[in-house]
Design a protein around this ligand. Structure first.
Ligand SMILES: C[S@@+](CC[C@H](N)C(=O)[O-])C[C@H]1O[C@@H](n2cnc3c(N)ncnc32)[C@H](O)[C@@H]1O
Length: 295
């Protein structure tokens, strides 16, 4: 079981693995500095390398466009709550300038992100902190982004209230994540248990309704939603079942922490892919605004 206290370790190992797999796929260890799913941008072929790389950037571009539609000021102050290697911060900073704080629990991610920021001469603009998004935050931000990070929150309502308190009046929160479309434990109990055990969300995968309730409970107003699920690959049931068996066997057979951690992450990913195929999970963007005028 990937419990909350194991998340830093989980992401340290995954971060090392991602660098290797990026090298194999793109001949670039850091390929966009992202750790989120690769999407098939509308109109792009998936099967060429250019299309694949575009898939790494699409969600950062799309989220920036949506934030701009909802009042993101010039040179914004942005918090990335679960920043990984900092891909979203680097992408936005290059396009609209501004100052960014990235929070992650992984030391490997902080080291990689800081090294790149220094090499690019943007270390003052893009800062990394090895710190939880659940600690007290300054109420400084025009936008907060959270890509595939809030499902790890032990108490989603508490986490979102903390983030909402860090937004300036008129500021926007953008959450992109796998979200159950209903009660996953009731609809798909075996898969729900696999996701709990392997995806670092021992409390269960929150639904889009859970996210909306937490956001509205924190005094924000949902202003936009998008379903990115159609942009994700879903492979056939038989192939996914075969991968699941191999990964489960690997976890049992190899008692080494790095192997078990990476096998867990893949296993969670395979199960989520199946749940997206059946419509029980969606990959959704929810955008919410704090009432008030941008200063
Ligand atoms: C799947 S990665 C996504 C990284 C990044 N958002 C991206 O799109 O490339 C999840 C990130 O959430 C971070 N995370 C998980 N729980 C966290 C917490 N309580 N506080 C801060 N970051 C957290 C992890 O350290 C990791 O950086």
């Amino acid at each position: 079981m990937i419990t909350h206290d194991r998340i830093p370790h989980y992401y340290d190992w995954l971060s090392r693995y991602v660098q290797l797999s990026n090298w194999l796929a793109y001949r670039d260890r850091f390929a966009g500095f992202t750790m989120h799913k690769s999407l098939k941008p509308p109109g792009e072929p998936r099967d060429d390398r250019g299309g694949l790389r575009a898939g790494l950037e699409y969600c950062n571009d799309r989220m920036l466009a949506v934030a701009a539609e909802h009042g993101l000021p010039a040179a914004p102050r942005v918090l990335d709550a679960g920043c990984g290697f900092g891909g979203t911060m680097f992408h936005w900073q290059q396009r609209v300038g501004g100052r960014y704080d990235g929070l992650t629990l992984s030391k490997v991610q902080v080291d990689v992100g800081e090294r790149h920021a220094h090499a690019q001469g943007i270390a003052d603009a893009c800062r990394f902190h090895r710190r939880s998004y659940d600690v007290a935050l300054d109420p400084d931000y025009d936008a907060i982004v959270a890509i595939e990070s809030l499902i790890h929150a032990p108490d989603l309502g508490w986490t979102i209230a903390n983030l909402a308190g860090a937004l300036r009046p008129g500021g926007v929160l953008l959450v992109l994540d796998d979200m159950a479309t209903g009660d996953l434990d009731a609809a798909r109990p075996a898969d729900a248990a696999l996701v709990r055990a392997n995806w670092g969300c021992p409390g269960g995968l929150p639904s889009d309704a859970d996210f909306r309730a937490a956001i509205e409970g924190a005094g924000l107003r949902v202003v936009a939603e998008e379903d990115f699920s159609p942009l994700l690959r879903v492979r056939g049931e038989r192939l996914l079942a075969r991968q699941e068996r191999v990964l489960a066997r690997l976890k049992r057979a190899v008692p080494l922490a790095p192997v078990r951690t990476i096998a867990s992450a893949f296993l969670g990913g395979v199960v989520l892919e199946r749940l997206r195929g059946s419509g029980d999970v969606g990959y959704r963007l929810i955008v919410a605004r704090r009432p008030g005028e941008v200063a």
